[in-house]
Design a protein. Structure first.
Ligand code: FAD
Length: 322
C-alpha cells in the first residue's frame, strides 16, 4: 500500500529553512519506493518560495497563504495544518524539532489522535520497519522506537539528518483557502528578532560557545571574531547568560537550544550535565579551559588547557591564514 508522508515546511525571510530539507530527507528515509511525499507550506506572501519549492521531489505541495498566518500563531497554524492533513490524508507527518515544530507537533497529534516521537536524530529501516532513534536522559542514552499505528507524527532534531538533494521537482501545487478557527488568540506584539548573530545558531555548522570563564560581555568579542572567521555562530552556557554576559537566546543546554554542529568550541565552560545535554551530539567537540580537571574534557575530542583569552585570538589568527 502506498504511504503518504507529509512534511511541514519551515521558512523565514522568503527562503525555506535548512530543517525543511532535512525533514524531506527524513521522509525519504521513512518511505518505501512508491510512497508519496507531500509538503505543507503555511504563511503569508509565499510567492518567493515558488522557486525553492519547485526543486523538491514531492507529489504535492499544499499552500495556505493568509495574512493571519504571517507570524506563527499556535491555534491558527494548527488549524491550517489540520486543513492540509484533511486534504493530504498522510500516514506520517514530519516537522523540525524547532521552536515552531515543538509547539505545533503535539497540538496536531492530539487533534488527529496520532502517536508522536520527538527529537529524532536518526531513521533506519530494520527488518522492513522504520525505526526512529531519539536521545533520552539529557543525551546520556538513546532509544529506538517504532510506530504500531498511523497516522504518526515525528519531529527531527536540526543538523542531524543530511539534507535532501535538490531535484527537478514535479509537485502539483494546491492552494487551500484558510478557514479561520472560531477561537483564536491574537498576536498584538511584533516579533522582535535578535539580529546580532549573523548565522542562525540552531543551524550553524560551527558554534563557538562561551561560559562564565569569558568573564564579561566584552569577553565574548574574541569568540565572535573566531566565529566570524569560521563562518559560525556564537553560543553560551547558562552560566554566561545568568551572569548577563550575553542574551538568553544564545543559551545552549537542557533549558536552552540543542545544537549539533560539525564543530563545537567550548570556551570557559565547565561542562555541567545540563549544558552537555544541548551539545553532546556535536560531531567534533573542542574544549578550551584553564582547569585541566574540568568535566568538559571528558566529552571533548580535542582539549586545550589554557587561558581562553590567549588561545582564542591565536586560533582566529591561524584560521585567517587558511
Ligand atoms: P562554570 O561552571 O562556572 O564554569 C566556568 C569554567 O570556565 C570553569 O571550568 C573554569 O575553569 C573556566 N575558566 C575560567 N576562566 C577561564 C579562562 N580565562 N580561560 C579558560 N577557562 C576559564 N546550563 C547550561 O549551560 N545550559 C542549560 O540549559 C542549563 N540548564 C539548567 C537547568 C537546570 C534545572 C539547572 C539546575 C541548571 C542548568 N544549567 C544549565 C546550569 C548548569 O548546571 C551550570 O551551572 C552551567 O552550565 C555552568 O556554566 P559555565 O560552565 O559557564 O560556568
Amino acid at each position: 500500500m502506498v504511504k503518504i508522508i507529509l512534511v511541514v515546511a519551515e521558512h523565514r525571510d522568503g527562503a525555506l529553512r535548512q530543517v525543511t530539507y532535512e525533514a524531506i530527507q527524513a521522509a525519504t528515509l521513512s518511505s518505501a519506493e512508491n510512497d508519496q511525499l507531500h509538503v505543507a507550506v503555511i504563511g503569508h506572501q509565499l510567492e518567493s518560495l515558488t522557486e525553492p519549492l519547485s526543486s523538491i521531489d514531492a507529489e504535492k505541495v499544499y499552500l495556505i497563504d493568509h495574512p493571519d498566518l504571517q507570524q506563527y500563531n499556535p491555534e491558527a497554524y494548527a488549524a491550517a495544518l489540520k486543513q492540509v492533513i484533511d486534504a493530504s490524508n498522510p500516514d506520517g507527518i514530519i516537522l523540525g524539532h524547532t521552536a515552531i515544530g515543538r509547539d505545533l507537533a503535539p497540538m496536531i497529534s492530539a487533534k488527529i489522535d496520532a502517536g508522536q516521537i520527538s527529537d529524532v536524530t536518526n531513521i533506519e529501516n530494520i527488518d522492513d520497519q522504520v525505526v526512529f532513534t531519539r536521545p533520552i536522559y539529557a543525551g546520556k542514552a538513546f532509544e529506538k522506537k517504532i510506530f504500531r499505528s498511523s497516522p504518526w507524527v515525528v519531529t527531527i532534531r536540526p543538523n542531524n539528518i543530511s539534507i535532501a538533494e535538490p531535484s527537478d521537482g514535479k509537485a502539483e501545487v494546491e492552494n487551500i483557502d484558510y478557514a479561520k478557527p472560531a477561537s483564536l488568540r491574537t498576536v498584538i506584539q511584533n516579533v522582535v528578532r535578535n539580529t546580532s548573530g549573523k548565522v542562525d545558531l540552531s543551524e550553524a555548522k560551527i558554534v563557538v560557545s562561551g561560559g562564565r570563564g569569558v568573564k564579561s560581555a566584552d569577553g565574548f568579542k574574541p569568540l565572535q571574531e573566531l566565529a566570524d572567521v569560521l563562518g559560525g555562530a556564537v553560543g553560551a552556557s547558562r552560566g554566561a547568560c545568568d551572569a548577563d554576559y550575553c542574551d538568553y537566546s544564545l543559551q545552549i543546554g537542557q533549558t536552552g537550544k540543542v545544537v549539533t554542529p560539525e564543530v563545537y568550541i567550548a570556551c570557559g565552560i565547565s561542562g555541567a550535565i545540563q549544558h552537555v545535554a544541548g551539545m553532546s551530539q556535536s560531531k567534533i567537540i573542542v574544549a578550551i579551559n584553564k582547569d585541566s580537571e574540568a568535566p568538559i574534557f571528558k566529552i571533548a575530542d580535542y582539549g586545550i588547557v589554557g587561558d581562553l583569552f590567549e588561545v582564542v585570538p591565536l586560533l582566529t589568527e591561524e584560521f585567517k591564514k587558511v
